[in-house]
Design a protein around this ligand. Structure first.
Ligand code: SAM
Length: 277
């Protein structure tokens, strides 16, 4: 049974505080945290929790304790969302605080939004700087000229999305590929065989990927490791839960529409596209 929110004060702010610890927290995020009655925090860094307790809410709740070895991540996400929804349903303005962008691969945010909609609890989303943003900064990457594709690594293998080797590709969560269960144990090289085989259907084995870890503290540097597709077993040594695997294009996509290619720099063509009056 869906519990209706029992007070007009019920409200949820889903807040991303950015990738680099606390220094990417926007003014908008700060204002949302200040406005909230209670904070619920899912963040890997204890210093973030300490800071939020000191500056915003001394009772800020640490949600990271919901994770456990071998536990289904989905179960954890439902638990986390349930806690946030229960607090809001009691008539409070609660903020769910997470790293990066709060809607980029954050299942609890989706569950919270869905449950809040069912209970007519208003939700605001406060975007944060995602690790994709920081990875693009670390690589000096611009998605304009050649586009960009991205997939969550396990989803790529499950659905066998066709890849386009002329389009830059970013893979999330390579470290936890092939399972929906949470684990902190070291990976075996074989864990990455299926991913390697799938990529080899589209790319040569000697094509070099870049494993990127963006700095998650202001005093650390980004780390980038170059790994040929044929040697992805190396990921067992270097990939962590804070890496994105970038697969650069093998070559630039050729222009297919020569007529349009000539027209894009033509004033006469521009005149056909705009109203001059
Ligand atoms: C559950 S998702 C959450 C992403 C987060 N909401 C965001 O916007 O960055 C976690 C994934 O983000 C990526 N990630 C997180 N921190 C990173 C970092 N410092 N550098 C590179 N990738 C990172 C990894 O692919 C990791 O598996």
């Amino acid at each position: 049974m869906i519990e209706p929110a029992n007070s007009g004060a019920a409200r949820i702010s889903i807040v991303g505080i950015g990738t680099v610890s606390l220094i990417q927290m926007s003014r908008e995020a700060e204002a949302a945290l200040r406005a909230a009655d209670e904070l619920y925090v899912l963040h890997a860094q204890s210093l973030v929790l300490d800071y939020l307790r000191e500056h915003f809410d001394p009772k800020a709740v640490d949600l990271s304790t919901a994770y456990a070895e071998d536990k289904a991540r989905r179960e954890t996400y439902h638990e986390v969302a349930g806690i946030v929804i229960a607090a809001a349903t009691a008539g409070r303005h609660v903020a769910y605080v997470t790293s990066g962008h709060p809607l980029v691969l954050v299942t609890p945010s989706q569950l919270i939004m869905q449950a809040a909609k069912e209970r007519s609890i208003p939700v605001e989303i406060v975007p944060g700087i995602s690790s994709l943003d920081t990875v693009w900064a670390d690589l000096g990457f611009d998605p304009g000229p050649e586009g960009a594709m991205m997939f969550e690594a396990t989803t790529l293998l499950l659905r066998r999305y066709p890849l386009i080797p002329t389009v830059p590709l970013f893979l999330w969560q390579v470290n936890s590929v092939e399972t929906s269960l949470y684990s902190t144990h070291k990976n075996r090289p074989e864990r990455f065989s299926r991913l390697q085989q799938y990529l080899e259907q589209f790319y040569p084995a000697d094509h070099v990927t870049r494993l990127v870890h963006s700095a998650s503290f202001p005093f650390t540097r980004p780390e980038i490791a170059d790994i040929p597709i044929g040697e992805l077993g190396v990921l067992s040594e270097v990939a962590t839960s804070q890496h994105i695997l970038y697969i650069p294009p093998v070559e630039r996509q050729r222009v297919a529409d020569r007529e349009l290619a000539a027209a894009v720099s033509s004033v006469a063509h521009l005149r056909t596209l705009i109203d001059m009056e």
